[in-house]
Design a protein around this ligand. Structure first.
Ligand code: PMV
Length: 357
């Protein structure tokens, strides 16, 4: 067998506090608005991807959680791999032009790859895995191909796999700038602040249902763009103002503003889903009960001590500062009783936890 080149990278899930919902270009995955998220810790929800390239592999192959999948069945997967290969091809071309001897330029762009990707969380848990999946894939391709591009530049490649994946290329607090260019050149992720900037901030995931969502985000957002009149207002006036306010709240570690904007943006995202025709409803009774609990908790504290946010599904992500999070976990354990071990195991080893309701 010829020489095998290999790279392994992990990427975590991110949870948006200003939601991406709507594409202005479906092929390039260009969003209608900018968005901002917090990347969770590697330890709980992340994808670990190993890619091998060899002149002896007859074709590209992919294994997801140990099961082989058909790469060619996913246009987005093919797009991401092809885009990364083109960057490698350009690099090899440059190396040759720079006078590096032909035998020292490894023609990785011509070799097939084997991709092996594993989530460290149950795929059936109803938690977004495409963001960590594509971010891990593109980071691993970047490492394998020794690409000189910056993380922001590589985030454009992750974006063509799954929009929100571009934000998982960074840790900490990350903005996806919508951009204005038709070719998507300026639609990329930038880090707003790193994780160490705000270590007291914690996230807790409450799994309200592990069933697969009825309407995919791709189908849902398309219908929203076409039919919701509230949506246009959100894109034009609300999000630009919120993006700035959110960046200021993060810079100042101002939890009350961070939390209020997070809850308002989640509520508005679900409001435009309901304003979609036919309406889309991602939250369930458990989700709504949690919204009520958080507002009651905040009222009891006399300040905004916790925030909820929901993506295209019923599971809640709760943001709170460390001291309040302990009380919140007690509250959820009391309201949604479950065996203690699950909670202890999920919550205490790390600031970011998963709690199945
Ligand atoms: O990247 P997608 O197609 O999985 O869309 C994600 C959309 C939301 O999760 C609902 C919001 C967001 O910004 O992550």
């Amino acid at each position: 067998m010829g020489k095998v080149h290999e790279a392994t990278v992990s990427a975590p899930v991110n949870i948006a506090v200003i939601k991406y919902w709507g594409k202005r270009d479906s092929a390039l995955i260009l969003p209608t608005n900018s968005s901002l998220s917090v990347t969770l810790s590697q330890d709980h929800l992340s994808t670990r991807t190993t890619i091998r390239a060899s002149p002896d592999f007859p074709a590209d192959r992919l294994w997801l959680n140990g099961v082989e999948e058909d790469i060619s069945a996913s246009k987005r997967l093919v797009n991401s791999i092809t885009t990364a290969r083109k960057l490698r091809e350009a690099l090899e071309e440059k190396q040759r032009k720079d006078g590096i001897p032909a035998e020292s330029v490894v023609p990785l762009s011509k070799w097939s790859i084997h991709v092996c990707s594993e989530n460290n969380f149950p795929t059936a848990a109803g938690l977004a895995s495409s963001a960590s999946g594509y971010a891990a894939l593109v980071s691993a391709l970047g490492a394998l191909y020794d690409l000189p591009q910056s993380t922001s530049e590589l985030s454009r490649v992750a974006r063509v796999g799954s929009g929100s994946a571009c934000r998982s290329m960074f840790g900490g607090f990350v903005a996806w700038q919508a951009g204005v260019a038709d070719d998507g050149n300026d639609s990329l992720a930038v880090q707003v602040a790193n994780r160490q900037h705000w270590p007291e901030l914690q996230a807790l995931i409450l799994v309200a249902s592990d069933r697969k969502k009825a309407i995919s985000s791709t189908a849902g957002m398309q219908t929203t763009v076409e039919t919701s009149s509230l949506f246009a207002e959100r894109v034009r006036t609300v999000v630009p103002q919120r993006m700035e306010a959110m960046k200021t709240a993060i810079a100042n570690r101002d939890f009350e503003n961070f939390a209020e904007i997070t809850m308002r943006d989640s509520n508005q995202f679900h409001a435009v889903c309901l304003d979609t025709y036919p309406p889309i409803s991602y939250m369930n009774d458990t989700s709504r009960a949690i919204v009520g609990l958080i507002h009651a908790f905040n009222a009891a504290r006399g300040r905004i001590a916790a925030a909820y946010t929901y993506d295209a599904g019923p599971n809640a992500v709760i943001y709170a500062l460390k001291d309040d999070m302990r009380d919140l976990v007690e509250l959820f354990t009391f309201c949604f009783p479950r065996e203690e071990s699950m909670l202890a195991d999920a919550f205490y080893p790390d600031p970011f936890g998963v709690f199945a309701l």
